[in-house]
Write a protein that binds this ligand. Structure first.
Ligand SMILES: [Zn+2]
Length: 243
């Protein structure tokens, strides 16, 4: 949940994107049998990652309405879905998590956000009134900097608190991509005024853990356009790299 939107015109503004692109779907990697697609799904057009490797699929984030779309892609491509990596517990990122888990996907999340995913009533404050989100067990509770393997892909979990207490970015080093949830956006940053938010922690961890990645790393934020570490280090006016 949540962009920090700028007053002046910015192509990263969510409303503007919604008006122009009803459904973002881009292929950002296609090499040696590995593909990565990003689809924007659900009421807040959350970016969902689908990484396919050796006939297995890894899904990043599970907004409401995403399960049907991803299941139909899996059927069409004849792949078996293996894991769901959750960036943070906000409803627009976990609305379909329990549906994915019932279909056999193993769920991953960072330790401090896991309790809110497992007991969504605790996160109720953030839901629109007519919404309820089913709780979902987290199978793999991650720690900061933890490396894990899915198929032949090595993934590092980076703890980026500040948008939520336990937000995680997922760095796929071999693919030069990083899913960052609602921490860093193209030209802006995530909100830090929601429960559990902390502006200082957010800025500090973006600098320390995201800006330290190589410039060419492609960044997939939780909403809106994709960007790169190098571009944000150069152009993001909210978080400047340390001199
Ligand atoms: Zn959020």
């Amino acid at each position: 949940m949540g962009f920090k939107s700028k007053n002046h015109s910015s192509k990263t503004d969510l409303n503007e994107i919604s008006g122009l692109i009803p459904f973002l779907k881009v292929n950002i990697y296609n090499q040696s049998g590995i593909t990565v697609d990003v689809l924007s799904i659900g009421p807040l057009r959350t970016n969902v990652g689908l990484v396919i490797c050796q006939g297995y699929g890894i899904v990043i984030d599970a907004p409401p309405e995403s399960a049907e779309t991803i299941f139909s892609i899996a059927l069409e491509k004849k792949i078996s879905l293996k894991a769901l990596l959750i960036t943070h517990y906000h409803w627009d990122h976990i609305g379909s998590a329990s549906i994915f888990r019932k279909k056999g996907l193993a769920v991953y999340a960072y330790a401090l956000d896991a309790p809110f995913i497992e007991h969504t009533a605790r996160a109720k404050l953030l839901l629109p009134l007519d919404f309820s989100i089913e709780s979902c067990k987290v199978d793999h509770i991650l720690s900061d900097g933890e490396n894990f393997m899915l198929q032949e892909l090595s993934i590092q979990a980076l703890w980026i608190p500040g948008h939520t207490e336990g937000g995680a970015a997922y760095y796929f080093k071999d693919l030069s991509i990083c899913f960052v949830g609602d921490t860093l956006f193209a030209g802006t940053v995530g909100r830090s005024d929601l429960p559990g938010g902390n502006k200082h922690a957010l800025f500090e961890n973006i600098r320390k853990k995201l800006y330290s990645l190589p410039d060419e790393i492609q960044v997939i934020p939780g909403h809106g356009w994709l960007t790169t570490i190098g571009k944000e280090k150069k152009e993001n006016s909210y978080v400047r790299p340390k001199k």
